[in-house]
Design a protein around this ligand. Sequence first.
Ligand code: CP
Ligand code: NVA
Length: 312
Amino acid sequence: MRHLTTLFDVTASELSEILNIAHQLKRLWSKGKRPPLLAGRVLALLFEKPSLRTRVSFEAGIIQLGGSAMFLGQEVGWQKREKTSDFIQVLGQYTDFIVCRTFSHSSIDELAKFNTVSIINGLSDLAHPCQAIADLMTMQELCDNVAGKQLTFVGDGNNVSRSLALMCAMSGIKFRLLGPESHFIEKEWLDRIAARYPKADIVQTADKKLGMQGADFVYTDVWVSMGQEEETQQRLKLFQPYQVNSALMSLARPNAKVLHCLPAHREEEVTAEVIDSPNSAIIPQAGNRMHAQKGLLVWLAKELGWIDTADI
Ligand code: CP
Ligand code: NVA
């Protein structure tokens, strides 16, 4: 069984394979073609938190591939109505993939442990791997060769930035996190990256000049993630000096591209002037969630022996 609980579940060459399929499917999609590679396959979305992009892009993506999606909200009683072992083994008999969005990452590991159905992390407190795969796709579209480029993430050492740091290490992209030291990505996650990808070029700094210099891509995310609402006042104050505004952007490379996973809070982590500027790629970036996830699903289906990707 193959899962995507974090990007540690795939190798760098597997990530490239997923991206190649995604680009190929996007090319076909742009010509109006939607090959039904996953006809009859069922994808369930088990979500404990709100979502626009992740939910709808997975639903649209599997339907475009000839399969179907079912959204499972609170009423199915995950973690409330019965033991997880019963829950997942039953669900695994009805579905082919489960995309799970949850508070605690351990809940995703718990589902994957049973190996009854392929589990895809649709965001946990630890990681957001589908976001990072789509972001790599966007970066590949924006420059000829991403290797050696620099992505500076401004803000919180959170689910999104952890996944980006790992994705960059897997792809030869320099990663900088600029933000308050108290909210850097934890050493444990960085040690795991360094153990797997010894050439990873990752620096975390509170120094704006150091963090921004050489940035080809400037990425930010909300200061208060879902589940952290109680810390709102403290976080808004702490991250305020790290707002992505035109003064901060002037420290990056000229015409550096602006990325954001969305939803964005204009005038908090990023000004409207910057996020709505010609260098902002946020809309195609969100669009790529669907194409990248189609690549992921087709790649998983190939790995699970259901299809031969040579058929695309
Ligand atoms: N970026 C992202 O995951 O968006 P949603 O929360 O809308 O799914
Ligand atoms: N870090 C944000 C990402 C939302 C897509 C959160 O977890 O709420």
